[in-house]
Design a protein around this ligand. Structure first.
Ligand code: G6P
Ligand code: MG
Length: 217
């Protein structure tokens, strides 16, 4: 019996994934190298500090912690600049319809995002009230692929892990959902999100009834 749907934010509800990528790319470029879209798949769902570590390793750089803190702050400043003009028009197609179906089905909702900026983004797009529980980067100690962000969401909703469905666009996020013991819907390409139980291109191409019909009995 499914009781709750848990949603990632970046790349599922809003397309902030592109802004994270642009800000990291700018940082890499200033450091003298580049990151590709393919490499960026590895950063999705990964925390700010871990993303920076992956990027520096990719560029063959080893830097002191102080410098790393400075670079992470710089990236966040650029990211905030990019998201500062966001509003409800930036909600991805299909999200509003899908959420009204979720409510009609009597399911609870939680946000499961590693981003410390998640509450700010939800405010900007007017979706704070759409979630019964909000787990963001300030409430967890381990980022995806650790399952903490989703198990905490289920705990806050007081539902069992096997009563939850996770919606994710990131490889690390799909793994986190699976490790939490949840049914995972991957949003994106089936070639990339190979661990997902079901893959659709976005919430626009999916109905709540279709998801519930795919669940194991
Ligand atoms: C999400 C995004 C990642 C981002 C992380 C931390 O998981 O998918 O790309 O690095 O949040 O975001 P923050 O806003 O805290 O830097
Ligand atoms: Mg995401």
């Amino acid at each position: 019996q499914i009781k709750a749907f848990l949603f990632d934010l970046d790349g599922v509800i809003v397309d902030t994934a592109i802004y994270h990528y642009q800000a990291w790319k700018r940082l890499a470029n200033e450091l003298g190298f580049d990151i590709s879209e393919e490499f960026n798949e590895r950063l999705k769902g990964v925390s700010r500090t871990e993303s920076l570590d992956l990027i520096l390793a990719h560029g063959g750089l080893t830097l002191p912690d102080e410098k790393k803190a400075e670079l992470a702050a710089q990236k966040n400043e650029w990211y905030l600049e990019l998201v500062s003009r966001m509003n409800s028009d930036d909600i991805l197609p299909g999200v509003a319809t899908f959420f009204s179906q979720v409510r009609k089905a009597g399911l609870q909702t939680a946000l499961g995002s590693v981003s410390k900026n998640a509450p700010l983004i939800l405010e900007r797009i007017g979706m704070t009230q759409a979630f019964d529980a909000i787990i963001d980067g300030t409430k967890i100690s381990k980022g995806k692929p650790d399952p903490e962000v989703f198990t905490k969401g289920a705990d806050e909703l007081e539902v069992n892990y096997n009563e939850c469905v996770v919606f994710e666009d990131a490889v690390a996020g799909v793994e986190a959902g699976k490790r939490a013991g949840m049914f995972v819907v991957g949003l994106g390409s089936a070639d990339v999100l190979i661990q997902a139980d079901l893959v659709a291109s976005s919430l626009e191409s999916l109905t709540v009834a279709e998801v519930l019909a795919k669940l194991p009995n």
